[in-house]
Design a protein around this ligand. Structure first.
Ligand code: SIN
Length: 280
């Protein structure tokens, strides 16, 4: 099967057109894997996947994880049903982040399938942390290269902050209490991609709460600068969803942001994250 790879922006991302991932053989998977390492975000159009098929596809890129805080589906605990009913604000993935950087071994890839998408709005933004790293001056990179970021889920998932509803199963997503909410893990501020060898900035506004050894005000100032720098439109691409779009991204070197601009419409996605390695 031949499929087209069409870049989405100068920074990252490509659309995959004319593919049927349920019919891929080793050659197609190898080509897709090569495109993934080159573009870091692949937007595969016109798929029709049940959860079993989505998991089967995702397993070509790693081992699906069960989230410690967000409940998975009853029959597929390693799939999160990301549902935003019409009339409500979006509340999952809103804000720049990389998935699960608060894990000791953060998620590698994420595979998100769009089933119900709003007629307008609900796009997902992506930003290249390779580009963000490379755009810093050399003396500045040298200065921060050995620093270690402190990551935690407490800002994003603490029941006191997000409100009790999600923990009481009242919303479309259900959270569960877990020690993982308060834990802190440490990852290098500059991360080397184990497959491409490229360096990227590895801090994000949702989960990086401090820098080891810096006072809180110092870390806040440095992180504030890095977050503003990395959110530059120059490093981004934007994904407009269609029903049947599969978007997969590489959390090792990409940020993403689910927009909250479609209150009157429903949106239903299914998310699988794949286990990654300890950042180096
Ligand atoms: C996520 O942050 O994993 C969800 C992204 C989205 O819903 O677009």
């Amino acid at each position: 099967m031949s499929f087209e790879v069409r870049p989405l922006s100068g920074a990252l991302g490509a659309e995959i057109l004319g593919a049927d991932v349920t019919d891929f053989g080793p050659d197609e998977h190898a080509r897709l894997q090569a495109a993934f390492l080159e573009y870091h975000v692949l937007v595969i159009r016109d798929q029709k996947l049940g959860r079993g098929e989505q998991l089967e596809f995702a397993r070509n890129f790693g081992v699906p994880e069960v989230h410690p805080i967000v409940e998975g589906m009853g029959d597929h605990p390693d799939v999160i049903r990301v549902h935003k009913p019409a009339g409500e604000s979006a509340s999952f993935g809103v804000g720049w982040h990389t998935d699960n950087s608060f894990f000791e071994c953060p998620s590698g890839a994420t595979v998100l399938y769009g089933e119900v998408v709003p007629p307008v709005g609900g796009d997902t933004l992506f930003a290249s942390m390779d580009r963000a790293w490379e755009a810093l001056s050399e003396p500045f990179r040298e200065r921060i290269e050995g620093m270690v970021g402190v990551h935690s889920a407490r800002q994003a998932y603490d029941p006191g902050r997000v409100g009790p509803d999600k923990y009481e199963g009242k919303g479309p997503l259900t959270y569960k209490y877990s020690d993982a909410i308060q834990e802190e893990v440490r990852h290098p501020v500059a991360r080397r991609h184990v497959e491409t060898g490229r360096k990227s900035l590895y801090v994000n506004p949702m989960f990086t709460l401090g820098i080891e050894g810096l006072r809180s005000a110092e870390a806040k100032a440095l992180l504030g600068f890095l977050f503003a720098h990395a959110a530059s439109p120059d490093f981004q691409c934007r994904v407009r969803w269609q029903p049947g779009t599969v978007t997969m991204w590489d959390n090792r070197c990409v940020w993403h942001y689910a927009l909250d601009d479609y209150r009157e419409h429903e949106r239903l996605m299914y998310r699988v994250t794949l286990a990654g390695e300890k950042p180096v």
